[in-house]
Design a protein around this ligand. Structure first.
Ligand SMILES: [Fe+2]
Ligand SMILES: [Fe+2]
Length: 287
């Protein structure tokens, strides 16, 4: 799979197309050049029909589309006729998304050979394991942290709709996903740089500015905090927090590429950003 010389590697997340305003935005998204690739980093929607609509629409516009799930795709929401749970839901999503010609975390990692390539583009599905406990000081276990957050009035909706079946806990599912992904990353050419894309941030730093700090429990895992250096990332792409920004760690750019809810982007001064350019270099210009 190759991209022509002037093409861009682009990324966006948290499209939440169940909202009419976001549905319109997705319908209007266009590549900058014919060869552009687009990473869609989770939270497309909750219902299968909305998820496949969005990815089909994007695949009609972009040369290559790479998707990975967020928590919302994996919710078993009462409004979705598809009532599958957990791993079974994920596997069915992968099947349906693949049928659209879209790359999933279960496919071989595509090689970007456009500007600043070659680089392996790695879509991941890693979840979280309640180990980011800075917002629940003194809590040394998952149970204590969850109880403390509940006392503070902060409980992620995942606790109602996101099921880990057949495993007992979301943290078990997270550990299994991390272990399987780690093996695949270790098997890559050790000279090859990567773009690591995951719905949840790989490092807790982006969660330090959360309005409700204990929400970090539902945002990632301490198991991935060094992955950006260990697996040669030139860039890390994430979403979930709905706080679009760029930070640098160890010379690696971490970019939050979310669109977010209409009430969020509608309250900002600038119109919502479209897909962000990845591998764009320190000045934010295309490489
Ligand atoms: Fe989201
Ligand atoms: Fe999310």
């Amino acid at each position: 799979m190759t991209a022509p010389g002037g093409a861009h590697l682009l990324a966006i997340s948290d499209l939440h197309v169940g909202y009419a305003e976001n549905h319109e935005i997705v319908e209007a998204l266009r590549p900058e050049t014919d060869g552009d690739w687009l990473i869609v980093a989770g939270d497309v929607a909750e219902r299968f029909a909305d998820i496949t609509w969005a990815l089909r629409t994007l695949k009609q516009q972009f040369d290559t589309v790479i998707w990975l799930p967020g928590n919302h795709e994996l919710w078993t929401h009462p409004s979705d006729p598809v009532q599958l749970r957990g791993e079974e839901r994920y596997r069915r999503l992968v099947e349906e998304v693949r049928a659209l010609g879209v790359i999933t975390p279960e496919d071989p990692y595509p090689l970007w050979e456009g500007p600043r390539g070659p680089v392996a583009v790695v879509p991941m599905f890693l979840l979280y394991d309640y180990t980011w406990r800075a917002g629940t000081p003194g809590a040394t276990t998952k149970e204590a942290a969850l109880a403390q957050s509940q006392d503070l009035g902060v409980v992620c909706t995942d606790e109602h709709f996101l099921h880990p079946d057949p495993l007992p806990g979301l943290d078990d599912w997270c550990r299994a996903r991390v272990a399987a992904t780690e093996l695949r990353l270790e098997a890559l050419d050790p000279e090859l740089p990567t773009v690591l894309a995951n719905h949840w941030p790989l490092h807790p730093e982006p969660t330090e500015i959360l309005r409700y700090p204990s929400f970090a429990l539902w945002c990632g895992t301490e198991q991935t905090e060094q992955w950006h250096t260990r697996f040669r990332a030139t860039e890390v792409v994430y979403g979930h927090l709905h706080i679009p920004r760029t930070i640098w760690r160890d010379g690696v750019r971490f970019t939050e590429v979310s669109l977010g809810y209409p009430r969020e982007w509608g309250s900002r001064q600038k119109p919502p950003e479209g897909p962000r350019r990845i591998l764009a270099g320190p000045a934010g210009t295309a490489g």
